[in-house]
Design a protein around this ligand. Structure first.
Ligand SMILES: Cc1ncc(C[n+]2csc(CCOP(=O)(O)OP(=O)(O)O)c2C)c(N)n1
Ligand SMILES: [Mg+2]
Length: 702
């Protein structure tokens, strides 16, 4: 998809290029309107660079905030909610963003009357128009084949956005698509004859040609300027353009095809040698014939035949077979990397490369409210990183709903510590766009339950950005949220499997307390991976010892922590259930059951040094406890331990998962007790495992 083209913001090693020395394109994405939230952030970065003190030296990213973010969207796609959310937010924030709405009166086959009230998007956007008393947008409407007016309007729009930091909407009307929506569908099926006739009359190719031929301007001295002298000059240009395009097409095809064909020829020699040596040469030669006549040029074609032929050699052993095996391994590894690289950072700043640093306590360290640990740590972050900023609902003036940012706005100003509207997906979009322009935003989602509003942006845009640009663009955004159990159907959910599944490419961090959480913020500020850090709401009710090295201690990513050692069973958990697991383990001691308790801390990436299997090797029993739905995050965790880490071979008892009920948590303390797992549930489940393994020693409880 050519509209997915994006420029390289990063060098091959993941370091920033000088973005001011190049034009920068951050591509559209296929999910229509999905680019809108990011566009807001790309534009907002200019506001930050223009107005925040201390980042004047960031000249690779901005010239005092003079940059404009230009965005595009189709008319039908403006029906998406995130279009409206972005427009409203851009009006509030007054960002230098110019948004073009390309209007061909269709969205594939569906005409405007099904999409847009009054069938006219600029008409219904009029309420956003700024006036003498109110800030808002500047809105232009221009005909799509009136090229002279387009140039004027775009120059004006750019100037307004750049100089005044006012967002601009340009509604470009009377557009058409010469072959309909795509080459695979003909618009004759759904457009009337009249419409098709009209489209022909405004065909952009014809109209542009007419303009080039006929356009002329006269200067003050009466000199006439034209693009071309006459049609013959234009025809020469057209021919040159066609030839250049054909050549580019041929070169592109050859650079794709040649390495594949070359590998295919090498493979063919190996296969012929294999056929010579094998007892199954009849079958092999048959496949070789098919391979030789297969005209499909795909990377996979070579591999398909190589792998199919290898199957005939299971009973045999000769040199050509080893050559074939090695060829398959190397070819697959090379191309697999081409298709599967850069989901996470591969730079020196990859989260998994940042080493942990323990909090330091001195002898006077007292127990303090956990939220103050976050607050004092944030203060250090904002001091150390002038490019850092945080925003969200109630984040600014009151210092977040849990007071983890108390006093920060006073200290660091409204630009850096700010309140936003209630609009999760554009909060994330602000973060993505600003992170792509060298800032270090922390986007706050007030509670994890509400992250669902932002899931599309998080998944389609943030999580895939580094991967889809093969490591040439990044958005090291930190999303701060809080969650897990409280009491009630919302504010208490733990949709970890959803997040964990949709956000591959983002570190998912689930600290058990605020010191651990603060440590994750410190780690991620050093890293260039994006992260979701979920503070555990119950943790706010607990006091923690105050460390002395704020801003410095770091919780490592992808590393589990054993918080209780034991010999009978390995208990694996995270976040708020961990405390319950610990309590159950303490109670079980009195019954002579010895539990090893492991805190996952980092769901994604997961236990990179395989510490959990080492524990299972010792205990031979395993239980995973969480408060997601059955088969949710616990299934992921179990899969990691049993199959990735191969713990299945050390088990003497059935591995058990203990999760919440399938429904959302019911209201109140009792609702929590019956919806989620309690210490009693955990105690009994462990006891039962032990009872099954030694019924004489542990008589059944129930
Ligand atoms: C979220 C989402 N829903 C549906 C689609 C399928 N789809 C692709 S393009 C399109 C029509 C878009 O129309 P419009 O925004 O007017 O752009 P146009 O192609 O007319 O320029 C649709 C429905 C999609 N890509 N993304
Ligand atoms: Mg359209």
């Amino acid at each position: 998809m050519n509209n997915h083209f994006a420029t390289h913001s990063l060098n091959e090693d993941g370091t920033w290029k000088d973005l001011m020395a190049q034009n920068n394109s951050s591509s559209d994405i296929s999910c229509v309107a999905g680019q809108m939230p990011r566009l807001l952030g790309l534009a907002q970065a200019s506001n930050i660079y223009r107005n925040v003190e201390g980042i004047e030296g960031f000249t690779k990213f901005s010239n005092k905030g003079n940059e404009v973010a230009w965005g595009t969207i189709g008319n039908a796609s403006t029906s998406e909610g995130i279009f409206w959310e972005t427009i409203n937010a851009a009006g509030v924030l007054q960002v230098p963003m110019v948004i073009s709405i390309w209007d061909d009166e269709y969205g594939i086959s569906v005409p405007a009357k099904y999409h847009t009230t009054k069938e006219n998007i600029s008409e219904i956007l009029k309420g956003f128009q700024r006036d003498e008393n109110n800030k808002g947008f500047e809105i232009f409407t221009v005909i799509g084949y009136d090229y002279t007016s387009l140039v004027e309007v775009y120059e004006k729009a750019g100037r307004i956005a750049r100089e005044e930091h006012v967002p601009v909407i340009i509604h470009v009307t009377d557009l058409m698509q010469p072959i309909g929506h795509s080459t695979s569908g003909s618009h004759e099926r759904y457009k009337s004859k009249d419409r098709l006739e009209y489209e022909k009359s405004i065909d952009c190719n014809t109209k542009m040609r007419e303009w080039i031929l006929n356009y002329q301007i006269e200067d003050e001295e009466g000199n006439i300027y034209r693009f071309v002298e006459d049609e013959s000059e234009l025809e020469i240009l057209e021919k040159e353009a066609k030839d250049e395009t054909k050549l580019a097409k041929r070169n592109a095809w050859n650079s794709f095809k040649n390495p594949i064909t070359k590998s295919g020829s090498e493979l063919l020699l190996i296969l012929k040698e294999v056929a010579k040596n094998s007892k199954n040469s009849v079958f092999i030669n048959n496949l070789i014939d098919q391979f030789s006549s297969d005209e499909e040029v795909q990377v996979k074609t070579n591999l398909v035949y190589a792998r199919k032929i290898l199957r005939y050699l299971t009973e045999e052993d000769f040199t050509a077979k080893t050559t074939l095996q090695n060829w398959i391994k190397n070819y697959k590894a090379f191309y697999q990397n081409r298709y599967s690289s850069h989901l996470y950072s591969q730079s020196a700043k990859a989260a998994i490369k940042i080493r942990g640093v323990n909090p330091i306590y001195d002898k006077d360290s007292s127990d303090v409210d956990a939220r103050t640990i976050l607050r004092d740590n944030f203060r250090e972050i904002f001091k150390r990183y002038p490019e850092s900023l945080i925003f969200g609902e109630d984040t600014g003036y009151i210092g977040d709903v849990n007071q983890g940012l108390e006093g920060m706005q006073n200290e660091f100003g409204e630009m850096r510590i700010s309140d936003t509207g209630i609009r999760e997906t554009t909060i994330v979009g602000q973060g993505i766009g600003m992170a792509m322009r060298g800032l270090r935003p922390i986007a706050e989602i007030q509670y994890i339950d509400y992250i669902l509003f932002a899931l599309q942006t998080l998944s389609d845009d943030l999580a895939s950005l580094h991967y889809r640009s093969a490591g040439r663009q990044k958005a090291p955004l930190i999303i701060r949220t809080r969650g897990h159990r409280l009491e009630g159907i919302w504010h208490s959910g733990s949709p970890m499997s959803g997040v964990n599944t949709f956000l591959r490419g983002v570190c998912i961090l689930v600290p058990r307390n605020m010191t651990k959480a603060a440590g994750f913020f410190n780690t991620m500020m050093e890293s260039d991976d994006p992260a979701l850090i979920i503070e555990n709401l119950n943790g706010y009710r607990i006091k923690e010892k105050q460390p002395t090295n704020f801003g410095e201690f770091k919780t490592p990513v992808g590393v589990v922590e054993t918080i209780m050692e034991g010999t009978d069973i390995t208990l694996v958990s995270y976040g708020s259930t961990l405390k319950l697991v610990e309590d159950a383990a303490i109670q079980l001691k009195q019954f002579n059951i010895s539990c090893e308790v492991i805190d996952i801390q980092s769901l994604m990436p997961f236990d990179l040094s395989n510490d959990i299997v080492k524990s299972v090797q010792k205990t031979n029993r395993l239980m995973v406890v969480d408060e997601d739905v059955p088969g949710g995050a616990s299934a992921f965790i179990m899969n990691e331990i049993l199959t990735t880490q191969n713990a299945y071979q050390y088990l003497d008892s059935k591995p058990v998962t203990l999760s919440s009920e399938e429904h959302r948590p019911a209201y109140g303390t009792d609702g929590d007790y019956f919806s989620n797992r309690s210490t009693e549930d955990i105690f009994e489940a462990i006891y039962q495992i032990m009872s099954e393994s030694d019924p004489n020693r542990f008589k059944p409880l129930l």
